[in-house]
Design a protein around this ligand. Structure first.
Ligand SMILES: [Zn+2]
Ligand SMILES: [Zn+2]
Length: 386
């Protein structure tokens, strides 16, 4: 495990109960927050070792029982660990010693969108951000030709523009035909080599196709039962009409699905009330053995946004129509999974304000967010039968 300097670490917290001298050493176990890892801010396991120890005293009076390390004081015969909240561990040493911090590279948790979440992949991360920066400086973004180091690596900021492209824009030096680049740094460049095998090819940035995605004639709803759940949510927020949901039900019937409520929904008169169509849709889902949409909870915005993403990716909605819908209907207080997309409208305002044209690169960045959103909410769309 790499040795680390306390100054580079935050919230080094140790369990200070049962501290004793074993084999001439005092060892404390705990965790630290490291902001400079390849995945951003992570909580990592840490051990603190003082060698040449002969005795140790622990004073936790007035504190919480944990030692949140503020500083280490060394004299020729002691190493004193001083806590932020009252906590003091004094190690008496036979010679002048020091406190060695060894930090594990497999996070306990990582911080995303302001919250701690468990570290999913179970793999190690790169601790020394300088090594990554060097890699980024020596490799080039295929979209704009600038070094990757000009692009943000913060996973929370997916819509960050290339700072060199922004500089060129601000100084009127944008090459003819070029637009500001919003490509995302490939994960392979910021992860430790051993994690390469786990990185799926879809994480790589799309190559520049030179033009925005062509509008497609694809349909918003495929005739499946999970589409009916999405349609129910879309209807609840007024994104689609009762006629569209009724048409989907008719397709399901034609595809061989059955059920009294489904048939009633399929034959609903044109312009029927939303409440009636919602009741029938929920009943049809129950008949199909699927949990109906919870109209009160987060399920409605989560599912409706999936429909909006499909509509945007299929070219039914313009970028601005999509982003302003998300901003208005989901907002910054909405479900966490939707927050990246809720920010797109603010980013567009910012680009307008700076007179930066929205190029294909920005559009692709938003398409990537929409695709990711659909992936991470797959479970909401296909719930287990109840
Ligand atoms: Zn670029
Ligand atoms: Zn660039």
């Amino acid at each position: 495990m790499p040795l680390r300097d306390l100054a580079m670490l935050d919230e080094a917290t140790f369990d200070a109960s049962n501290v004793r001298v074993t084999d001439g050493c005092v060892v404390l176990h705990g965790s630290v927050v490291d902001c400079g890892t390849s995945v951003g801010t992570a909580r990592l396991p840490v051990t603190l070792t003082v060698s040449d120890a002969v005795d140790v005293t622990v004073d936790l009076a007035g504190g919480t029982g944990d030692l949140v390390l503020d500083r280490v004081e060394v004299t020729p015969t002691t190493v004193t660990l001083v806590g932020v909240v009252p906590a003091r561990v004094v190690v008496t040493t036979s010679v002048q010693s020091k406190a060695l911090l060894e930090v594990g590279t497999t996070p306990i948790a990582m911080r995303r969108w302001g919250r701690w979440r468990p570290w999913g992949t179970g793999g190690p991360v790169v601790l020394d951000h300088r090594a990554i920066l060097k890699r980024l400086r020596t490799s080039t973004c295929p979209e704009c030709g600038h070094p990757w180091s000009e692009h943000s690596t913060d996973p929370d900021e997916s819509l960050t523009m290339c700072s060199e492209c922004a500089y060129e824009h601000d100084h009127g030096e944008t090459p003819p035909g070029a637009t500001v680049c919003f490509a995302r740094v490939p994960r392979a460049l910021v992860e430790p080599r051993s994690a390469f095998a786990r990185t799926s090819p879809s994480d790589d940035p799309p190559v520049d196709r030179g033009a925005p995605a062509a509008p497609s004639t694809g349909r918003l709803f495929r005739p499946t039962v999970s589409s009916l759940r999405e349609a129910c949510a879309a209807l609840a927020v007024g994104m689609v009409s009762t006629d569209e949901v009724s048409a989907l039900a008719a397709e399901l019937v034609a595809a061989g699905h059955d059920g009294e409520s489904l048939v009633a929904l399929a034959s609903l008169y044109s312009g029927a009330a939303t409440a009636d169509a919602l009741d029938l849709t929920r009943a049809a889902l129950v008949e199909a053995g699927v949990r109906p949409v919870d109209l009160e909870g987060e399920e409605v915005p989560l599912l409706a946004l999936r429909v909006a993403c499909h509509g945007f990716l299929l070219g039914h909605w313009t970028l601005r129509a999509f982003s302003s819908w998300v901003h208005r209907e989901i907002g910054h207080e909405g479900p966490e999974a939707a927050q990246q997309l809720a920010l797109v409208d603010d980013e567009l305002d910012e680009l307008d304000h700076r007179h930066i044209a929205v190029g294909p690169s920005f559009r692709r960045a938003v398409e990537r967010l929409a695709v990711e959103y659909i992936e991470v909410t797959e479970e909401v769309a296909h719930p287990f039968p109840f």
